[in-house]
Design a protein around this ligand. Sequence first.
Ligand SMILES: Nc1nc2c(ncn2[C@@H]2O[C@H](COP(=O)(O)OP(=O)(O)OP(=O)(O)O)[C@@H](O)[C@H]2O)c(=O)[nH]1
Length: 406
Amino acid sequence: MPLLLHWLRYCWLPGLLLAAVAAQYFNLLSFRGLLLPKLPYVLLGIALSLGVFFKSSRVAFVAVLLLAGYTAVNFFQVVPVGETVVGLALALAAVNISLVSISEDRSPLNGFGVLLLAVITAQGMALAELQRCCSAQLGGWLHFPVGSMLPPWLPDILKRVQSEDLLLISAAAFAGLRAFWRPEHIGVGLFACVLLLLGAYYAGAEEGTLVLVAVSVGLLLTLLALRSAYELAFRDELTGIPSRRAYSRYLLTLGRRYSIAVVDIDHFKKLNDRYGHQVGDQALRMVAGQIARYGGGRAFRYGGEEFVVVLRGGDNERASRSLERMREKIAGYPLRLRGASRPRKGDSRALSKRGQGGGKVIKTTVSVGLASSSREMRSPEDVLGAADRALYRAKRGGRNRVCVHK
Ligand SMILES: Nc1nc2c(ncn2[C@@H]2O[C@H](COP(=O)(O)OP(=O)(O)OP(=O)(O)O)[C@@H](O)[C@H]2O)c(=O)[nH]1
Protein backbone atom coordinates (compact mmCIF):
# COMPACT_ATOMS: atom_id res chain seq x y z
CA MET A 1 0.00 0.00 0.00
CA PRO A 2 2.68 2.61 0.88
CA LEU A 3 4.40 1.82 -2.46
CA LEU A 4 1.13 2.50 -4.30
CA LEU A 5 0.65 5.80 -2.43
CA HIS A 6 4.26 6.73 -3.19
CA TRP A 7 3.61 6.02 -6.86
CA LEU A 8 0.32 7.95 -6.88
CA ARG A 9 2.20 11.04 -5.64
CA TYR A 10 4.05 11.13 -8.93
CA CYS A 11 1.33 10.03 -11.32
CA TRP A 12 -1.66 12.19 -10.41
CA LEU A 13 -0.58 15.06 -12.67
CA PRO A 14 0.27 13.01 -15.80
CA GLY A 15 -2.80 10.85 -15.02
CA LEU A 16 -5.09 13.91 -15.01
CA LEU A 17 -3.65 15.10 -18.30
CA LEU A 18 -4.02 11.67 -19.94
CA ALA A 19 -7.63 11.55 -18.73
CA ALA A 20 -8.29 15.03 -20.21
CA VAL A 21 -6.78 13.98 -23.56
CA ALA A 22 -8.88 10.78 -23.60
CA ALA A 23 -12.02 12.80 -22.73
CA GLN A 24 -11.23 15.22 -25.54
CA TYR A 25 -10.54 12.41 -28.01
CA PHE A 26 -13.84 10.66 -27.23
CA ASN A 27 -15.71 14.02 -27.34
CA LEU A 28 -16.65 13.90 -23.65
CA LEU A 29 -14.98 17.29 -23.22
CA SER A 30 -14.27 19.85 -25.86
CA PHE A 31 -11.24 22.12 -25.94
CA ARG A 32 -11.15 22.14 -29.76
CA GLY A 33 -11.33 25.94 -29.85
CA LEU A 34 -8.15 26.12 -27.76
CA LEU A 35 -6.16 23.65 -29.82
CA LEU A 36 -4.62 26.15 -32.20
CA PRO A 37 -1.94 24.65 -34.49
CA LYS A 38 0.61 27.24 -33.24
CA LEU A 39 0.02 26.47 -29.55
CA PRO A 40 2.47 23.49 -29.45
CA TYR A 41 5.30 25.87 -30.49
CA VAL A 42 4.52 28.16 -27.57
CA LEU A 43 4.23 25.37 -25.00
CA LEU A 44 7.17 23.31 -26.25
CA GLY A 45 9.24 26.52 -26.48
CA ILE A 46 8.41 27.40 -22.85
CA ALA A 47 9.23 23.82 -21.78
CA LEU A 48 12.56 24.00 -23.62
CA SER A 49 13.50 27.32 -21.99
CA LEU A 50 12.56 26.03 -18.53
CA GLY A 51 14.48 22.78 -19.17
CA VAL A 52 17.60 24.76 -20.08
CA PHE A 53 17.15 27.27 -17.26
CA PHE A 54 16.62 24.63 -14.56
CA LYS A 55 19.25 22.24 -16.00
CA SER A 56 16.86 19.44 -16.90
CA SER A 57 18.39 17.79 -19.96
CA ARG A 58 15.50 15.31 -20.12
CA VAL A 59 12.80 17.98 -20.42
CA ALA A 60 14.91 20.02 -22.87
CA PHE A 61 15.66 16.99 -25.06
CA VAL A 62 12.03 15.87 -25.34
CA ALA A 63 10.93 19.47 -26.06
CA VAL A 64 13.50 19.82 -28.88
CA LEU A 65 12.60 16.38 -30.28
CA LEU A 66 8.91 17.20 -30.48
CA LEU A 67 9.50 20.76 -31.70
CA ALA A 68 11.58 19.34 -34.56
CA GLY A 69 8.99 16.65 -35.37
CA TYR A 70 6.06 19.06 -35.22
CA THR A 71 7.85 21.67 -37.34
CA ALA A 72 8.68 19.01 -39.92
CA VAL A 73 5.03 17.97 -40.14
CA ASN A 74 3.75 21.54 -40.43
CA PHE A 75 6.26 23.50 -42.43
CA PHE A 76 8.58 21.41 -44.44
CA GLN A 77 6.26 18.52 -45.19
CA VAL A 78 9.26 16.20 -44.66
CA VAL A 79 6.88 13.91 -42.87
CA PRO A 80 3.52 14.30 -44.58
CA VAL A 81 0.61 13.53 -42.29
CA GLY A 82 -1.16 10.30 -43.18
CA GLU A 83 1.79 8.48 -44.71
CA THR A 84 3.72 5.60 -43.18
CA VAL A 85 6.68 7.76 -42.24
CA VAL A 86 4.51 9.52 -39.62
CA GLY A 87 4.19 6.17 -37.84
CA LEU A 88 7.95 5.72 -37.95
CA ALA A 89 8.52 9.26 -36.64
CA LEU A 90 6.11 8.64 -33.73
CA ALA A 91 7.74 5.28 -32.96
CA LEU A 92 11.22 6.82 -33.07
CA ALA A 93 10.15 9.70 -30.83
CA ALA A 94 8.71 7.19 -28.33
CA VAL A 95 11.95 5.16 -28.35
CA ASN A 96 14.03 8.33 -27.85
CA ILE A 97 11.88 9.51 -24.94
CA SER A 98 12.00 6.12 -23.23
CA LEU A 99 15.80 6.00 -23.61
CA VAL A 100 16.31 9.54 -22.32
CA SER A 101 13.97 8.83 -19.38
CA ILE A 102 16.62 6.53 -17.85
CA SER A 103 19.36 9.17 -17.98
CA GLU A 104 20.13 11.57 -15.13
CA ASP A 105 19.31 15.27 -15.51
CA ARG A 106 22.29 17.49 -16.25
CA SER A 107 22.89 20.80 -17.95
CA PRO A 108 21.60 20.64 -21.54
CA LEU A 109 24.16 23.26 -22.59
CA ASN A 110 27.23 21.02 -22.44
CA GLY A 111 28.74 18.14 -24.47
CA PHE A 112 25.89 15.82 -23.53
CA GLY A 113 23.30 18.33 -24.77
CA VAL A 114 25.15 18.75 -28.07
CA LEU A 115 25.31 14.96 -28.46
CA LEU A 116 21.55 14.68 -27.94
CA LEU A 117 20.97 17.46 -30.46
CA ALA A 118 23.17 15.61 -32.98
CA VAL A 119 21.16 12.41 -32.37
CA ILE A 120 17.87 14.24 -33.11
CA THR A 121 19.28 15.92 -36.24
CA ALA A 122 20.68 12.62 -37.55
CA GLN A 123 17.32 10.92 -37.07
CA GLY A 124 15.47 13.76 -38.81
CA MET A 125 17.84 13.60 -41.78
CA ALA A 126 17.55 9.80 -41.95
CA LEU A 127 13.75 10.06 -41.92
CA ALA A 128 13.77 12.68 -44.70
CA GLU A 129 16.13 10.50 -46.77
CA LEU A 130 13.97 7.41 -46.22
CA GLN A 131 10.92 9.36 -47.31
CA ARG A 132 12.72 10.57 -50.44
CA CYS A 133 14.39 7.39 -51.60
CA CYS A 134 12.41 4.43 -50.35
CA SER A 135 8.90 5.48 -49.40
CA ALA A 136 7.58 2.55 -51.48
CA GLN A 137 9.47 -0.08 -49.46
CA LEU A 138 8.93 1.73 -46.14
CA GLY A 139 5.41 0.35 -45.69
CA GLY A 140 6.73 -3.20 -46.11
CA TRP A 141 9.42 -2.72 -43.47
CA LEU A 142 7.20 -0.99 -40.96
CA HIS A 143 4.32 -3.42 -41.30
CA PHE A 144 6.52 -6.50 -41.31
CA PRO A 145 4.51 -9.15 -39.37
CA VAL A 146 7.04 -9.89 -36.61
CA GLY A 147 4.35 -11.76 -34.67
CA SER A 148 3.87 -14.34 -37.44
CA MET A 149 7.25 -15.83 -36.47
CA LEU A 150 6.06 -16.61 -32.95
CA PRO A 151 5.10 -20.20 -31.94
CA PRO A 152 1.54 -21.18 -33.00
CA TRP A 153 0.28 -21.73 -29.43
CA LEU A 154 0.60 -18.04 -28.51
CA PRO A 155 -2.60 -15.91 -28.63
CA ASP A 156 -3.61 -14.43 -32.01
CA ILE A 157 -3.26 -10.83 -30.81
CA LEU A 158 0.50 -11.34 -30.38
CA LYS A 159 0.79 -12.87 -33.82
CA ARG A 160 -0.65 -9.74 -35.40
CA VAL A 161 2.20 -7.57 -34.04
CA GLN A 162 4.13 -5.64 -36.73
CA SER A 163 7.60 -4.05 -36.49
CA GLU A 164 6.15 -0.59 -35.76
CA ASP A 165 3.97 -1.99 -32.92
CA LEU A 166 6.98 -3.75 -31.50
CA LEU A 167 8.99 -0.50 -31.42
CA LEU A 168 6.18 1.48 -29.76
CA ILE A 169 5.19 -1.19 -27.25
CA SER A 170 8.83 -1.84 -26.24
CA ALA A 171 9.36 1.92 -25.78
CA ALA A 172 6.25 2.18 -23.58
CA ALA A 173 7.21 -0.94 -21.57
CA PHE A 174 10.75 0.38 -21.07
CA ALA A 175 9.64 3.85 -19.92
CA GLY A 176 6.89 2.27 -17.77
CA LEU A 177 9.31 -0.10 -16.04
CA ARG A 178 11.72 2.74 -15.36
CA ALA A 179 8.95 4.94 -13.96
CA PHE A 180 7.69 2.11 -11.76
CA TRP A 181 11.12 1.05 -10.57
CA ARG A 182 12.37 4.50 -9.54
CA PRO A 183 9.32 6.75 -9.37
CA GLU A 184 10.02 10.49 -9.67
CA HIS A 185 8.16 13.31 -11.37
CA ILE A 186 10.07 13.56 -14.65
CA GLY A 187 10.39 9.75 -15.15
CA VAL A 188 6.63 9.23 -14.67
CA GLY A 189 5.87 12.30 -16.83
CA LEU A 190 8.02 11.01 -19.70
CA PHE A 191 6.24 7.64 -19.48
CA ALA A 192 2.97 9.59 -19.94
CA CYS A 193 4.50 11.33 -23.01
CA VAL A 194 5.28 7.91 -24.54
CA LEU A 195 1.69 6.81 -23.85
CA LEU A 196 0.42 9.97 -25.62
CA LEU A 197 2.53 9.15 -28.70
CA LEU A 198 1.26 5.57 -28.59
CA GLY A 199 -2.30 6.93 -28.47
CA ALA A 200 -1.63 9.23 -31.44
CA TYR A 201 -0.26 6.32 -33.46
CA TYR A 202 -3.23 4.03 -32.81
CA ALA A 203 -5.69 6.89 -33.32
CA GLY A 204 -4.40 7.24 -36.89
CA ALA A 205 -2.09 10.25 -36.44
CA GLU A 206 -4.32 12.67 -38.35
CA GLU A 207 -3.68 16.40 -38.01
CA GLY A 208 -6.14 17.16 -35.19
CA THR A 209 -4.74 14.32 -33.06
CA LEU A 210 -1.17 15.48 -33.64
CA VAL A 211 -2.04 19.00 -32.43
CA LEU A 212 -3.82 17.54 -29.39
CA VAL A 213 -0.84 15.33 -28.53
CA ALA A 214 1.76 18.09 -29.15
CA VAL A 215 -0.20 20.54 -26.95
CA SER A 216 -0.58 17.94 -24.20
CA VAL A 217 3.10 16.97 -24.26
CA GLY A 218 4.11 20.67 -24.26
CA LEU A 219 1.86 21.33 -21.26
CA LEU A 220 3.11 18.26 -19.42
CA LEU A 221 6.78 19.13 -20.04
CA THR A 222 6.20 22.70 -18.86
CA LEU A 223 4.55 21.47 -15.67
CA LEU A 224 7.36 18.92 -15.12
CA ALA A 225 10.00 21.64 -15.49
CA LEU A 226 8.13 23.88 -13.03
CA ARG A 227 7.72 20.95 -10.66
CA SER A 228 11.45 20.20 -10.68
CA ALA A 229 12.16 23.92 -10.10
CA TYR A 230 9.83 23.76 -7.09
CA GLU A 231 11.70 20.67 -5.78
CA LEU A 232 15.00 22.54 -6.17
CA ALA A 233 13.68 25.48 -4.20
CA PHE A 234 11.67 23.80 -1.46
CA ARG A 235 12.96 20.26 -0.93
CA ASP A 236 16.05 19.27 0.98
CA GLU A 237 18.26 17.40 -1.45
CA LEU A 238 19.79 14.95 1.03
CA THR A 239 16.71 13.81 2.94
CA GLY A 240 13.97 14.49 0.37
CA ILE A 241 11.73 16.23 2.93
CA PRO A 242 10.73 19.94 2.69
CA SER A 243 13.54 22.39 3.41
CA ARG A 244 13.83 25.40 5.72
CA ARG A 245 12.55 27.67 2.93
CA ALA A 246 9.40 25.53 2.73
CA TYR A 247 9.07 25.88 6.53
CA SER A 248 9.05 29.69 6.27
CA ARG A 249 6.33 29.46 3.61
CA TYR A 250 4.32 26.98 5.62
CA LEU A 251 4.27 29.32 8.62
CA LEU A 252 2.25 31.79 6.51
CA THR A 253 -0.60 29.25 6.33
CA LEU A 254 -0.88 28.66 10.09
CA GLY A 255 -3.92 29.65 12.14
CA ARG A 256 -3.80 30.78 15.79
CA ARG A 257 -3.39 27.35 17.39
CA TYR A 258 -0.36 25.28 16.45
CA SER A 259 2.66 23.56 17.97
CA ILE A 260 6.26 23.46 16.85
CA ALA A 261 8.67 20.65 17.74
CA VAL A 262 12.44 20.85 17.28
CA VAL A 263 14.05 17.44 16.75
CA ASP A 264 17.83 17.05 17.07
CA ILE A 265 19.89 13.88 16.56
CA ASP A 266 21.91 12.95 19.66
CA HIS A 267 25.71 12.80 19.51
CA PHE A 268 25.63 13.20 15.77
CA LYS A 269 29.16 14.58 15.67
CA LYS A 270 30.44 11.37 17.29
CA LEU A 271 28.56 9.27 14.73
CA ASN A 272 30.11 11.28 11.90
CA ASP A 273 33.59 11.05 13.44
CA ARG A 274 33.34 7.32 14.05
CA TYR A 275 31.73 6.11 10.82
CA GLY A 276 32.26 8.96 8.39
CA HIS A 277 29.95 11.50 6.73
CA GLN A 278 28.38 8.95 4.39
CA VAL A 279 26.99 7.02 7.35
CA GLY A 280 25.98 10.35 8.94
CA ASP A 281 24.00 11.16 5.80
CA GLN A 282 22.40 7.72 5.90
CA ALA A 283 21.30 8.38 9.51
CA LEU A 284 19.92 11.80 8.51
CA ARG A 285 17.82 10.21 5.76
CA MET A 286 16.49 7.54 8.10
CA VAL A 287 15.60 10.05 10.83
CA ALA A 288 13.95 12.40 8.31
CA GLY A 289 11.83 9.52 6.98
CA GLN A 290 10.68 8.51 10.47
CA ILE A 291 9.89 12.12 11.46
CA ALA A 292 7.87 12.65 8.27
CA ARG A 293 6.02 9.39 8.88
CA TYR A 294 5.36 9.46 12.63
CA GLY A 295 5.86 13.10 13.69
CA GLY A 296 2.13 13.81 13.54
CA GLY A 297 2.55 17.03 11.53
CA ARG A 298 4.48 18.58 8.65
CA ALA A 299 8.22 17.82 8.91
CA PHE A 300 11.04 20.07 7.60
CA ARG A 301 14.83 19.87 7.69
CA TYR A 302 15.77 23.06 9.51
CA GLY A 303 19.52 22.71 9.01
CA GLY A 304 22.35 20.27 9.86
CA GLU A 305 21.00 17.51 12.12
CA GLU A 306 18.02 19.60 13.23
CA PHE A 307 14.43 19.13 12.05
CA VAL A 308 11.17 20.88 12.89
CA VAL A 309 7.66 19.47 12.95
CA VAL A 310 4.69 21.83 12.76
CA LEU A 311 1.49 20.39 14.21
CA ARG A 312 -1.85 22.11 13.75
CA GLY A 313 -4.38 22.49 16.57
CA GLY A 314 -1.99 23.51 19.34
CA ASP A 315 -2.88 20.51 21.50
CA ASN A 316 0.28 19.85 23.58
CA GLU A 317 -0.99 16.47 24.85
CA ARG A 318 -1.73 15.04 21.42
CA ALA A 319 1.44 16.48 19.90
CA SER A 320 3.68 15.04 22.62
CA ARG A 321 2.02 11.61 22.27
CA SER A 322 2.82 11.41 18.55
CA LEU A 323 6.34 12.82 19.08
CA GLU A 324 6.96 10.25 21.82
CA ARG A 325 5.93 7.49 19.41
CA MET A 326 8.20 8.97 16.73
CA ARG A 327 11.11 9.09 19.21
CA GLU A 328 10.58 5.40 20.07
CA LYS A 329 10.44 4.43 16.38
CA ILE A 330 13.75 6.21 15.73
CA ALA A 331 15.44 4.73 18.81
CA GLY A 332 14.33 1.23 17.78
CA TYR A 333 15.26 1.57 14.12
CA PRO A 334 18.14 -0.74 13.17
CA LEU A 335 20.29 1.31 10.80
CA ARG A 336 22.21 -1.13 8.63
CA LEU A 337 25.39 0.59 7.52
CA ARG A 338 26.16 0.41 3.83
CA GLY A 339 29.90 1.04 4.25
CA ALA A 340 32.28 3.40 5.93
CA SER A 341 33.85 6.35 4.11
CA ARG A 342 36.51 5.37 1.65
CA PRO A 343 39.90 5.55 3.40
CA ARG A 344 42.53 7.95 2.15
CA LYS A 345 45.41 6.46 0.13
CA GLY A 346 48.37 5.51 2.33
CA ASP A 347 46.35 5.83 5.56
CA SER A 348 47.11 2.40 7.02
CA ARG A 349 45.01 2.96 10.18
CA ALA A 350 42.04 3.96 8.11
CA LEU A 351 42.69 1.06 5.72
CA SER A 352 42.52 -1.37 8.61
CA LYS A 353 39.04 0.00 9.37
CA ARG A 354 37.95 -0.43 5.77
CA GLY A 355 34.47 -1.92 5.39
CA GLN A 356 33.75 -1.58 9.09
CA GLY A 357 30.41 -0.01 8.27
CA GLY A 358 29.37 -2.70 5.80
CA GLY A 359 26.54 -4.80 7.21
CA LYS A 360 26.91 -3.44 10.77
CA VAL A 361 23.75 -2.35 12.56
CA ILE A 362 23.71 0.78 14.75
CA LYS A 363 20.97 2.69 16.51
CA THR A 364 20.59 6.41 16.95
CA THR A 365 18.32 8.56 19.13
CA VAL A 366 16.80 12.03 19.00
CA SER A 367 15.89 14.68 21.57
CA VAL A 368 12.75 16.74 21.06
CA GLY A 369 11.59 20.11 22.37
CA LEU A 370 7.90 21.01 21.95
CA ALA A 371 6.00 24.29 22.43
CA SER A 372 2.53 25.48 21.46
CA SER A 373 1.16 28.90 20.62
CA SER A 374 -0.69 30.72 23.40
CA ARG A 375 -1.91 34.21 24.35
CA GLU A 376 1.60 35.12 25.45
CA MET A 377 3.32 33.37 22.58
CA ARG A 378 1.66 34.15 19.27
CA SER A 379 4.43 34.41 16.71
CA PRO A 380 6.11 31.29 15.26
CA GLU A 381 9.51 32.79 16.18
CA ASP A 382 8.50 32.87 19.88
CA VAL A 383 7.09 29.34 19.74
CA LEU A 384 10.23 28.07 18.00
CA GLY A 385 12.40 29.78 20.65
CA ALA A 386 10.40 28.10 23.44
CA ALA A 387 10.68 24.71 21.66
CA ASP A 388 14.44 25.29 21.42
CA ARG A 389 14.65 25.89 25.18
CA ALA A 390 12.66 22.70 25.78
CA LEU A 391 15.11 20.86 23.49
CA TYR A 392 17.99 22.18 25.56
CA ARG A 393 16.32 20.69 28.67
CA ALA A 394 15.90 17.35 26.86
CA LYS A 395 19.61 17.31 26.01
CA ARG A 396 20.63 18.25 29.53
CA GLY A 397 18.24 15.67 30.98
CA GLY A 398 20.12 12.83 29.28
CA ARG A 399 18.89 13.00 25.63
CA ASN A 400 16.53 10.52 23.86
CA ARG A 401 13.44 12.23 25.32
CA VAL A 402 10.64 14.70 24.55
CA CYS A 403 10.41 17.86 26.71
CA VAL A 404 7.42 20.16 26.56
CA HIS A 405 7.60 23.94 27.18
CA LYS A 406 5.28 24.74 30.08
N1 LIG B 1 26.92 13.74 7.67
C1 LIG B 1 26.44 14.98 7.84
N2 LIG B 1 26.77 15.68 8.94
C2 LIG B 1 26.26 16.91 9.14
C3 LIG B 1 25.40 17.50 8.17
N3 LIG B 1 25.05 18.73 8.62
C4 LIG B 1 25.68 18.92 9.82
N4 LIG B 1 26.40 17.80 10.13
C5 LIG B 1 27.21 17.56 11.33
O1 LIG B 1 26.38 17.53 12.47
C6 LIG B 1 27.21 17.70 13.61
C7 LIG B 1 26.47 18.52 14.65
O2 LIG B 1 27.13 18.33 15.85
P1 LIG B 1 26.77 19.11 17.19
O3 LIG B 1 25.98 20.36 16.86
O4 LIG B 1 28.04 19.28 17.95
O5 LIG B 1 25.78 18.20 17.95
P2 LIG B 1 25.83 16.65 18.41
O6 LIG B 1 27.13 16.00 18.19
O7 LIG B 1 24.64 16.01 17.76
O8 LIG B 1 25.63 16.75 19.94
P3 LIG B 1 24.29 16.95 20.75
O9 LIG B 1 23.32 17.71 19.88
O10 LIG B 1 24.68 17.72 21.96
O11 LIG B 1 23.76 15.58 21.10
C8 LIG B 1 28.51 18.37 13.12
O12 LIG B 1 29.57 17.45 13.25
C9 LIG B 1 28.22 18.64 11.63
O13 LIG B 1 29.39 18.43 10.84
C10 LIG B 1 25.09 16.76 6.99
O14 LIG B 1 24.34 17.19 6.10
N5 LIG B 1 25.63 15.51 6.87
